[in-house]
Design a protein around this ligand. Structure first.
Ligand SMILES: NC(=O)c1ccc[n+]([C@@H]2O[C@H](COP(=O)([O-])OP(=O)(O)OC[C@H]3O[C@@H](n4cnc5c(N)ncnc54)[C@H](OP(=O)(O)O)[C@@H]3O)[C@@H](O)[C@H]2O)c1
Length: 284
């Protein structure tokens, strides 16, 4: 199988690619940075001798780059890349969208549309959510946080928008009789300080061994997405997350409830995303 992993040049995305490669998949790393992508490929080839791996240029903060992505036929795509900005200043993508919402949600929405004719029958579209989305509520009067910008709120809302997108996509796929699957995965709490070294891609500056009681490394955080992309007993419309309090451990399906079980909000967010990106993922 061939899998595109956005943000596959670092963090959880790298480990998603490594674990899929270990299972025999061909992997394509979606990356905005050629040098970082080349380092990740070098590390991947050392870890998994004989791996079939390449990278595709993809800047999710630039819809022209997203729409122009060059990839072959895919069995799965993992919509993993993401930003969590820290400073108080509101930033925008090349297209003038608030950066967190633009990269995490709108970029992946447009990418899904761009992959329309490249997903093979039965292909899986895996969207990376977050436990942070559980406490979010979308503000349809201010999706771009123009009135009121807080990085944490913008992040939580972007992850809720992504999750609602994936669940709405599932409903649309089923309604159109498509064989594709749309699945949500979330990594729990995945820290760099608990992540095994992959020099020179990742070397721990400090080791927080005690945090391992509640959280995991980015290798552990990759497992739900790997399961959703390539594992058995995966169904469209599911959410996969780590077993232990949704924070660490083996992947398992979670109930779809709370803000996720809101088809009305999902349909509204979908319509707004079509308007903002100028494209719509349609599969039959
Ligand atoms: N870590 C956690 O505990 C946690 C918890 C819940 C959810 N998540 C989600 O899991 C995903 C991965 O998180 P992570 O911890 O692995 O983050 P990370 O280490 O910061 O990696 C983020 C990846 O996204 C890429 N990226 C950022 N902006 C991009 C853009 N404009 N275009 C293309 N790629 C871009 C980065 O590329 P560059 O290297 O070029 O910056 C990098 O490859 C994210 O969606 C995040 O929201 C993480």
């Amino acid at each position: 199988m061939t899998v595109l992993v956005t943000g596959g040049n670092a963090g959880i995305g790298y480990f998603v690619a490594e674990q899929l490669a270990e299972a025999g998949a061909e992997v394509v790393l979606g990356s905005r940075d050629a040098a970082k992508a080349e380092v990740a490929l070098r590390v991947l080839r050392e870890r998994v001798p004989g791996v079939r791996a390449s990278w595709a240029r993809l800047d999710l903060a630039d819809l022209a780059s997203v729409k122009g992505i060059e990839v072959g036929e895919l069995d799965a795509v993992v919509l993993n890349a993401g930003v969590y900005l820290e400073g108080p200043e509101r930033r925008e993508t090349k297209d003038g969208h608030e950066m967190t919402f633009g990269v995490n949600h709108l970029g992946h929405f447009a990418l899904t549309a761009a992959l329309q004719d490249r997903l093979k029958p039965g292909a899986r579209i895996v969207t990376m959510g977050s436990f942070a989305a559980k406490s979010a509520k979308l503000d349809f009067d201010d999706l771009q946080s123009k009135r009121d910008y807080h990085p944490k709120t913008a992040y939580e809302r972007s992850k809720l928008a992504q999750t609602l997108f994936a669940l709405e996509l599932d409903r649309r796929l089923r309604a159109s009789g498509s064989s594709l699957l749309s699945v949500v995965a979330h990594p729990g709490g995945a820290l760099d300080s608990l992540t095994p070294d992959r020099p020179p891609l990742h070397v721990r500056s400090r080791k927080l061994i005690l945090a391992r009681i509640a959280l995991q490394g980015k290798d552990g955080g990759a497992r739900p997405a790997v399961r959703a992309a390539a594992g058995p007993d995966v169904h469209s419309g599911q959410i996969w997350g780590p077993r232990v309090f949704g924070l660490k451990g083996k992947p398992r399906p979670e109930p779809v409830r709370g803000p996720y079980a809101d088809p009305e909000a999902a349909a509204r967010a979908w319509a707004a995303s079509v308007e903002l990106t100028g494209v719509e993922p349609v599969f039959s």
